[in-house]
Design a protein around this ligand. Structure first.
Ligand SMILES: [Zn+2]
Length: 287
């Protein structure tokens, strides 16, 4: 199930990495090979490169980072070491977040406090971060000769700088952590819970019923799954609006409503949502 790449559609391969069940994808065309996401450390990136090489499809000519989080970008250095200074594409906000670590900065703080990454502190600490080299704000098209790949920023959601990778001729969309399959969607302290449903509406507009959707974690899903996840994330957003509109204090919000996900995972969602609400939608004083 984890490790080796398998072909999900014509010349599009997906791998589920054991650590965090993070996905990586390879898209090949006549004129190039793109690697989407590089896993969580230089060491993990090297293992990923080995699995890409095992496909026997030639050299990687470009890298895409779906968002800045370590488990999708910290393997960049290993890929550049293996294939030379190929372009690394990301949304401009994703690059700005990664820059905060500084090139070559020791990166352990990205994983401290993540129980699932307990055994990986050392390799993350040894990681040298390689920043994206090519950024964009809304859309970027990459030409692989006989096929085009679209990088699209559908709006803020899991982070401020998420992108999805659309391969229209293959019927594949790589969604990064805007969609998760192995667990609930992750609302971190950099998430945009009120915007996320709208970003997914944009993504849904790019899908057909038969499109293979590759989530940031877990196994591939389809349009119906994304609709359902959009619905649940929409409930989170609407619940936040409702509670704030009724004057419920942010610290009481988690206990004051029914949530579609475990409340333990929604602390940041509520805090961020309250922060992002326009003043007119908060009843003051919040009692
Ligand atoms: Zn992730």
């Amino acid at each position: 199930m984890t490790g080796a790449f398998h072909e999900v559609s014509d010349r599009v391969w997906v791998s589920r990495r054991e650590w965090l069940d993070t996905t990586a994808a390879v898209i090949a065309g006549q004129d190039g090979v793109l690697l989407v996401d590089t896993h969580g450390s230089t060491r993990a990136g090297r293992a990923l490169v080995d699995d890409v090489r095992a496909l026997g499809i030639g050299e990687v000519t470009g890298v895409v980072n779906t968002h800045w989080h370590f488990d999708h970008t910290f393997g960049n250095r290993a890929v550049l070491d293996a294939y030379g200074p190929v372009p690394v594409y990301a949304h401009e906000e994703a690059c700005a977040e990664l820059e905060k670590f500084g090139p070559g900065a020791l990166a352990t703080r990205a994983v401290v406090g993540h129980p699932e990454s307990e055994g990986h502190h050392e390799e993350v600490g040894e990681t040298e971060i390689a920043l994206p080299t090519h950024t964009f704000s809304s859309v970027r098209i990459l030409d692989l000769g006989d096929r085009q790949v679209e990088l699209v920023h559908p709006g803020r959601g899991h982070t401020a700088g998420d992108l999805v990778v659309n391969v229209p001729d293959a019927g594949v969309l790589i969604a990064g952590d805007l969609v998760e399959q192995s667990g609930a969607p992750c609302f971190g302290e950099d998430s945009w819970p009120l915007d996320w449903p709208l970003a997914l509406d944009f993504v849904l507009g790019m899908l057909r019923p038969e499109t293979v959707v590759v989530p940031g974690h877990g196994g591939s899903v389809d349009l119906a799954y994304v609709q359902e996840q959009r619905g649940a994330i929409g409930v989170v957003a609407e619940t936040i609006r409702d509670l704030a509109g009724r004057g419920v204090r942010v610290e009481d919000a988690l206990g004051a409503a029914q949530w579609p996900y475990l409340p333990e995972g929604l602390g940041h969602a509520v805090a961020r949502g309250y922060q992002h609400l326009p003043r007119s939608q908060k009843r003051l004083p919040l009692i």
